[in-house]
Design a protein around this ligand. Sequence first.
Ligand code: TNX
Length: 764
Amino acid sequence: MVLKKTVLLLFLLASVLMNAQQQPSIIPKPVDLKMGNGNFTIDGNTTIQYDKSRKDLKATADFFASYIKNISGFSLKSNKAAAKKVEFVIEKSIQEEGYQLTVSLTAIVIKASSPKGVFYGIQSILQTLPAIRNNAALEVPVMQVNDYPRFKWRGMHLDVSRHFFGPDMIKEYIDLMASYKINVFHWHLVDDQGWRIAIKKYPKLTEIGAWRVDNTNLNWRERPQAKEGEKPTYGGFYTQEQIKEIVKYAAERNITIVPEIEMPGHVASAIASYPQLSCTQQPQLPMTGGNYSNMSSNYCAGNDEVFSFLENVLAEVMPLFPSSYIHIGGDEVDKGPWNKCVRCQARMKSEGLKDEHELQSYFIKRIEKFVISKKRKIIGWDEILEGGLAPEAAVMSWRGEAGGIEAAKMKHNVVMTPGTPFYFDHYQAGPEGELLAIGGFNTVKRVYDYDPIPKELNKEDEAYILGAQASVWTEYITTPEHLEYMVLPRMAALAEVIWSPKENKNWDNFNERLQYHFKGYAQKGLHYSPGNFTVNVKPFSENGQLLVSLFTEALNGQIRYTTDGTEPTLQSEKYEKPIGIKSSLVLKAATVVDGQIKGLQAAKQNFVMHKAIGNSVQYTNPVSQYYLADGPNSLTDGVRGTNAVGKYWHGFSEKDMIATIDLGQATTIENISLGCLQNYSDWIFLPQSVKFEVSTDGKFFKEIKTVNNPVDINQKSAVHNFSATFTQEKVRYIKVTAKNNLCPPGHSGAGKPGWLFADEIIVE
Ligand code: TNX
């Protein structure tokens, strides 16, 4: 008996010892990874072996050697006989960019069809090594990896116009991308607030257009416009020599740079340099921020000089960038100036264009012809669909997925970068305690959970989705440190979305691997977000009952919550399963990690129970697609809007909100309220007035009361309930009309329609 036990124990011990070791924390997760026993140790005697006749492999070997030298001081020799080797083998049958990596005790062999795959095999190895030079041994675990990407276009974008980032930061960005096997750098070189690429034929573009009066210390939207005589001291641009060097640097890391030369809008910087390019042809100073009043930001579409200018610019740009795609922008063109311009109107007439959308389409098609004549293709933001898509253009879908879906169905190539969740200028945590961001809430998990293939596409059309990218707009990102913080760790989540097979995705497993990357960032002195600790509060309805589920992204995080308005503590109720909401209450929830409450402020959600809960709402004017409020049934779900992350608000633009509720049967009521939001800088204003009406038959409505807005329209933010109390009435239908406001004088959108945001119609 005793003997038997010992044998068993010995067996168990042996199997633990022999068992394959833990998987390294490689991101993006390889398609297939099998672990063996022991390590290959890189030291001064390790050599690199490859076919000497291939120059491109030499560049890859040099990259590897110099990385190893940096973290260890070892100088690896190439193609010298040695007991231990790192070998690169070209094998044509392997998929483009894929690699097969075999690590044994004496050799690391990377097989790939080209140096691209070899480079990615190296990246996987590097992720198993120390991030910086320290005393740790360079041990690569014995393993076998078979890996290849899911998508061809795996991108990161960077706006260098709104704030300028010099060549060193660009290289750092490229290095980060390469470490995550990202292969396209979309370089947004032109926008209203700065022209960043030197063009020899038009020197003023960078002499004037790259420099502005420095208001970096002020909020983007609150910066005053430049005045005549003030010195423009903020800015910068890349010389063509610098561009060439960066393009080469990127190519050595398997990254293609796609330059973006914006047109026909977002070009106030070009107009400040050459005023004859705009419709009004009036001089203007370079913009300092987001104040657009009286600024021209479009090229004139009726002026042939504009097209020769752009062709000349592109003729200098294209030779610098070997990329097959050239990004021509195309987003957010305010068509107003074209409508008032005689030349544009004449062009529309001579070309038989029925509106300004078709004029935009004419503009893009004319440029496409030129780009195609130079054997390149154009890609543009999804607005280029409006008025007719250029014949061979690819579309970058940013206003959600709709543009991408439409283009793929038309058999055009598509790159997905939907603002939610792929805009990395949005908040990723907090927002309390975070540096000011443009808005939104794209946490690392939301990035991780996104799939670039929209459900609406069939198998055939799916093939047009080239891939996806994250976009980093920099209105609110003014320093390299802040830029690092905004992209780390979301870039890692993006990388796994666009590289790894969908079936292999697993949030918890990713979250665990991410902790190792956090250590690497910290060792390298990179700024990064430690993750989102704000509890995600998600109301839902089930069998007519309102419930709420809570979720935390924190690894091994617990949730503690209260329903009496007090702040959660370590002693508060522990969240185990969805909570039923049966009365009006305030729920507050916090993440706990290692016995500590995390985050500056608990997540908070108000619920209000009333007589219209669950009843359907008819809208006379549709709710904006962008602000659908994702509560169970929004205006009658008992879920109040939250200021913190802008959730559960219904948005209306230009037209009034007219909502009619059917209570299902005659019901005695004595109060109706509408909850609304004001957020001045986001163009969201409380309604001018709210009219409440009731009816017994749904045809004839009786006005009960019209309530005027008591809050100052210049107030930064407010949540207000418009409310009417009356003597009890028995009614079945309720109609609420909220009058939309215009942006007030002095606002950057002065005179333009604002947004109206509502969260709940409360009936008591
Ligand atoms: C919209 S996205 C823009 C940019 C802004 C960005 C801010 C796109 C094609 N246009 O000009 O920087 O929103 O998130």
